[in-house]
Design a protein around this ligand. Structure first.
Ligand code: IVH
Length: 714
C-alpha cells in the first residue's frame, strides 16, 4: 500500500494561502481515496494514513473557517460518496415533492386539483396530512412477504443496495406480518436518527477523536452507508413508512388505508398523520405541527399533504418529477445574526454580477455559514420593485449586523439589518461600474421584458471575461455535468490561473500537457493524486447525451431541459444538426424543437444565440473531438401520438381538459391552444365551434373523445 505524503508544516504555522492550497489538495486526495475505498473496494492507503489526511483537513478548517463551504468534506463525514454499493434500478421511480412555502401556495395546490379533476365546489377533497421527516428515503422490496432488497433513492431511477445495513434496523420487519401479503410489495419511507441519538453519537465521536456529524440527517446517511453492517447496527436508526412503489395488488383504496395496512404489516407509521377535509384544516395542521416541531424527537422540515383517494391520485398523475396529488408545505427557514465583514462581487457563468456577503462565520441549522448572497445592487441599496427586497427604509453597509437565513439547501441570504447596531462611520455601499475581472469591462444593467432597467448587472465581456469562462468550467466538471472526481472548483481555479485549462477540451489534454507542467511536482499535488485525477478524466471520455448537453452551460438549459432535448433528438448528431439550423433561424427546425415536451421559446432562443456564436461552435467542436457521446433512449416514439400536435376543444366528458393535455404530453405529443396547418389531431367534444371549422379548413383529423381515448390506449 502506498504511503501518503502529509505536509510537515504544523497547521498553526500555515499562512492563509498555504492553507487554502493544502485544503484543496487534501479535498481532492480524500475524495480520490473515498472513491477507491467505497466504489472500487481497492483502497490504496492504510486506514491510519487516511485518518491522518482527514484529521489535517479538519484541523486546517478549524483554523481557517472561511475554507469551510457547504461543499466541504467535513460536512459529509460518514456520508461516503455513492457507488460503494451495488446499484438497484427502482421498479417504479422514486420521485420528489413540489414545495409550498406560503399559505397561498396550498390554496393554489387544492384549486389545481379541483380544476384538474373537474370537481364541483361542494365536492370535498380529503387529504392525508403528515409530517415531512428530514431523513433519507428508502425503498424496501418484499417478495412473498420476505424483505429482498432495500435501496436508497439515488437519482430517483437508480439507488444503492443497502439491504444488509437496513436489515439491522429494528423498525424494518424482515417478514411482513399478517395474513398473506401481495406477491410484490415495495414499502417506501424515511430512515432517520432521533435528535437525542444524534447528540449522543456525536459525543462518542468526539470522545474517540472522530469527526462529528453536522445534523441528524447526515448522521443517518453516514450510518447507513457503512461497509460493515455491524457499524450500522450500533447506530440507532428509525423508519417511518409513508409511501409505496411497485405493488402486485393494492390492499387499500386510500392513502390512509395504505398507511394503516403498513402498520398491520409491522411498520412504524407517523402518529401525527391526520385526515383533513379542507385547505383550512391543512393550514391548521401545519401551524400545529410547526408549534410542536422543537419538542419532537426527530427532525422535520415541513408537512406533506396527499390526496387521500388513490383513484384520484392515479388520475392526477405526475408533472415532471413530482406528483400533482401531493405537496410539501415547508416551514420557514432558519435564521442567525452575524456581522457583515465585506462585500465581494462574484461573476457567474452568464456574466451576472452577484454581490456576496463575507460574514463572521455563524452556525445556521447545523452548517457554518460565512458567505451569503445579497442578490443585486438594488437589494443592497434597499430599493427596487420586483423580486427580493429589504424592509422599507433599510440598506446594507459593510460593518452592519445582519440577519441571515438558510432555507433547506438554498444558498444562504442576507434578509435584514439590525439598524441599532450600525457603526457610526458605515457608508452606503457603491456597486462597481466595472467587472472585477482583469479586463475591467463595463457593467450593464439588464433590461426586463418590458424594456425597463432590471436589477441584474451583467459584465459585457462575454467570452473574453475570465470569470465567465471559469464559471463555465466549474459547471462543466460539477457533479451533474461531467462529474470529474478530483477536479473541483478549487482545482479549476488553479488550473485556469495557470492557463493549463482555458476551455473544456483542455481538461482531456491535461495528461499530455503534464509532460511539460509536471503537476506532481507542483505544490499541493502528489504522484498518486495526479495519477488518480488522470484516471477520472479518462473515465469521463464517455458521457450520456443529456449530461453533455447540460455541461455546455447554455443559458436556460438546465438538467431537466437537457434531458428533454436528449430524449427528443436521441443522438448528438441529430441534436447538433438541429441547433445549427435553429441558429440560422430556420422556422421548421424551431417548430420541431418547440414540439418537444418542456421546450419553449426561451430555450430555443438561447440555443440559437449559443450556436450562433462561432466561438461557442469552436468550443463544442474541440470538445466533441475528445469525448464519445452516447445516444439517448429516444422517448415516447412508441406511442401513437409521439411528435404530433393535438388540440382539444368543446367539452370533454370522461376527463378534464388539463388531464387530456397532460396525457398527450406524457405520450410525447404537444398540446397546442389553437389549430393551424401543423395540427395533427383535433379532439372535439360537444359544443366545438371555430376550432372545428379551422380544423376542417386545414384538413386536420378530427377525433371524438372516445376515439382519442382509444388512440392513447384508454
Ligand atoms: S411522499 C412521490 N411523505 O420528502 C413522492 N415524502 O421532497 C413520495 N419525505 O423524497 C414521497 N416525509 O424523502 C412523502 N411523509 C412524507 C415524507 C416524505 C419526508 C421526503 C422523501 C421525499 C422527499 C420529497
Amino acid at each position: 500500500m502506498a504511503k501518503v505524503k502529509t505536509e510537515k508544516t504544523p497547521v498553526d504555522l500555515l499562512t492563509a494561502k498555504q492553507a487554502a492550497a493544502e485544503h484543496a489538495r487534501l479535498a481532492a486526495e480524500i475524495s480520490q481515496h473515498d472513491k477507491r475505498y467505497y466504489q472500487q473496494d481497492r483502497p490504496s492507503v492504510s486506514d491510519a494514513d487516511y485518518d491522518a489526511l482527514r484529521l489535517r483537513y479538519t484541523a486546517i478548517e478549524a483554523r481557517f473557517p472561511d475554507l469551510r463551504t457547504l461543499e466541504s468534506l467535513s460536512l459529509k463525514v460518514g456520508a461516503a460518496p455513492t457507488g460503494k454499493f451495488k446499484k438497484v434500478r427502482h421498479a417504479v421511480a422514486m420521485l420528489s415533492l413540489d414545495n409550498a412555502f406560503e399559505e397561498q401556495d396550498v390554496v393554489d395546490f387544492a384549486a389545481r386539483i379541483r380544476r384538474f379533476l373537474k370537481l364541483g365546489e361542494d365536492e370535498k377533497i380529503t387529504f392525508s396530512a403528515e409530517p415531512k421527516i428530514d431523513g433519507l428515503s428508502m425503498s424496501l422490496r418484499y417478495e412473498n412477504g420476505e424483505l429482498i432488497t432495500a435501496a436508497t433513492r439515488g437519482d430517483g431511477a437508480e439507488g444503492e443496495d443497502v439491504t444488509a445495513n437496513i436489515k439491522t434496523l429494528k423498525q424494518v420487519p424482515h417478514r411482513l406480518k399478517g395474513k398473506q401479503a401481495p406477491k410484490v410489495v415495495e414499502v417506501r419511507g424515511e430512515v432517520y436518527m432521533t435528535k437525542a441519538d444524534f447528540l449522543a453519537l456525536n459525543e462518542r465521536q468526539k470522545a474517540a477523536d472522530e469527526p462529528i456529524f453536522a445534523n441528524p440527517r447526515n448522521s443517518a446517511a453516514g450510518s447507513l452507508r457503512q461497509k460493515d453492517p455491524t457499524v450500522t447496527a450500533s447506530r440507532p436508526l428509525g423508519f417511518f413508512a409513508y409511501a409505496w412503489g411497485q405493488m402486485s395488488e393494492l390492499p387499500a383504496a386510500s392513502q390512509s388505508g395504505m398507511i394503516e395496512w403498513f402498520g398491520a404489516c409491522g411498520f412504524n407509521t407517523n402518529p401525527l398523520t391526520k385526515i383533513c377535509h379542507s385547505v383550512e384544516e391543512l393550514l391548521v395542521f401545519h401551524r400545529k405541527i410547526e408549534e410542536q416541531r422543537a419538542r419532537l424527537d426527530y427532525d422535520i422540515d415541513g408537512v406533506v399533504y396527499k390526496v387521500d383517494r388513490l383513484d384520484w391520485q392515479e388520475r392526477l398523475g405526475f408533472v415532471s418529477r413530482s406528483p400533482r396529488w401531493a405537496i410539501a408545505h415547508k416551514f420557514p427557514a432558519e435564521r442567525a445574526i452575524t456581522v457583515l465583514k465585506d462585500i465581494e462581487i462574484q461573476v457567474g457563468r452568464t456574466g451576472v454580477l452577484t454581490p456576496v456577503a463575507k460574514l463572521e462565520p455563524v452556525g445556521v441549522g447545523g452548517v457554518v455559514v460565512s458567505n451569503a448572497t445579497l442578490h443585486n445592487e438594488d437589494y443592497i441599496k434597499g430599493i427596487g420593485g420586483s423580486g427580493e427586497q429589504l424592509r422599507e427604509g433599510r440598506d446594507i453597509r459593510i460593518g452592519d449586523t445582519v440577519i441571515i437565513q438558510r432555507a433547506g439547501d438554498v444558498i444562504p441570504q442576507v434578509v435584514d439589518v439590525v439598524l441599532d447596531k450600525r457603526p457610526k462611520d458605515a457608508k452606503p455601499y457603491r456597486f462597481p461600474k466595472k467587472c472585477p475581472c482583469i479586463l475591467h469591462t463595463e457593467v450593464m444593467r439588464e433590461e426586463t421584458a418590458t424594456g425597463e432597467e432590471g436589477a441584474r448587472a451583467r459584465c459585457t465581456g462575454e467570452f473574453a471575461c475570465p470569470y465567465q469562462k471559469i464559471e463555465h468550467l466549474k459547471l462543466f466538471v460539477s457533479r451533474r455535468a461531467f462529474d470529474i472526481e478530483g477536479l473541483g472548483e478549487k482545482q479549476i481555479e488553479l488550473f485556469f490561473e495557470n492557463e493549463w485549462i482555458k476551455e473544456p477540451a483542455d481538461i482531456f489534454k491535461l495528461p499530455v500537457l503534464n509532460k511539460k507542467i509536471k503537476l506532481e511536482e507542483q505544490e499541493g499535488f502528489g504522484e498518486t493524486s495526479v495519477r488518480n485525477l488522470f484516471a477520472s478524466i479518462d473515465e469521463r471520455r464517455e458521457i450520456s447525451l443529456d449530461r453533455f448537453i447540460y455541461s455546455l452551460g447554455i443559458r436556460h438549459v438546465g438538467e431537466t431541459t437537457a434531458l428533454a432535448l436528449a430524449r427528443g433528438y436521441g443522438s448528438w448528431k441529430a441534436f447538433h444538426d438541429a441547433c445549427l439550423i435553429v441558429a440560422k433561424d430556420d422556422e421548421e427546425a424551431k417548430a420541431e424543437m418547440d414540439a418537444l415536451d418542456q421546450i419553449g421559446e426561451t430555450v430555443i432562443e438561447s440555443i440559437a444565440a449559443y450556436f450562433g456564436e462561432s466561438h461557442n461552435r469552436g468550443i463544442v467542436e474541440r470538445l466533441t473531438n475528445e469525448v464519445n457521446i452516447l445516444d439517448a433512449e429516444k422517448s415516447k416514439t412508441d406511442s401513437a401520438i409521439a411528435g404530433k400536435t393535438v388540440v382539444f376543444t368543446g367539452s370533454l366528458e370522461k376527463m378534464t381538459r388539463e388531464e387530456a393535455k397532460a396525457t398527450a404530453e406524457r405520450l410525447g405529443a404537444k398540446a397546442a391552444g389553437s389549430v393551424s396547418k401543423k395540427t395533427d389531431y383535433l379532439v372535439a367534444g360537444p359544443g366545438a365551434g371555430t376550432k372545428l371549422a379551422e380544423a376542417k379548413k386545414h384538413g386536420v383529423t378530427v377525433l371524438t373523445e372516445d376515439e382519442w381515448l382509444k388512440l392513447v390506449g384508454g
